[in-house]
Design a protein around this ligand. Structure first.
Ligand code: THU
Length: 129
């Protein structure tokens, strides 16, 4: 699958964001080693802390649906400065996606590519346990 196709999936699922409180919609699409795609949007909650970000929804869907190695993550939001995953999502992405490629994009088509590892220096993970 091309990165454009993965981005298109992230943009499509972003439209399903449940964001009545922030009105900030985020979409995420994750490709596994078999080319399967798992998507997620942010899902907010009236008790704000229960909100789940798009990235975590996508990762948890992928895990629960039996995905293979997760190797590419696309995130889309409508911001001039590209929206990076929050701290909680960085931890989850690191644990489940390892050193996956991470591609951020906005609705104007500005795109930046990095790795999950780059945005979480000195990570804590199971290797310490
Ligand atoms: N949000 C995400 O879904 N992903 C991010 O990377 C940053 C923040 C969501 C959570 C909340 O629903 C809204 O954006 C505002 O923080």
């Amino acid at each position: 699958m091309s990165i454009d196709e993965l981005m298109a999936a992230a943009k499509a699922v972003r439209e399903r964001a449940h964001a009545p409180f922030s009105h900030f919609k985020v979409g995420c699409a994750i490709e596994d080693e078999h080319g399967r795609v798992y998507t997620g949007c942010n899902v907010e909650n009236a008790s704000y802390g229960l909100t789940l970000c798009a990235e975590r929804v996508a990762v948890f869907k992928a895990i629960s649906e039996g995905a293979g190695k997760l190797q590419r993550v696309a995130v889309v939001a409508d911001t001039g400065t590209l929206t990076p995953p929050c701290g909680a999502c960085r931890q989850i992405l690191w644990e489940f996606c390892g050193d996956a490629e991470l591609v951020l994009e906005n609705l104007s088509g500005t795109r930046e590519t990095m790795t999950v590892k780059q945005i979480l220096p000195r990570p804590f993970d199971a290797s310490f346990l």
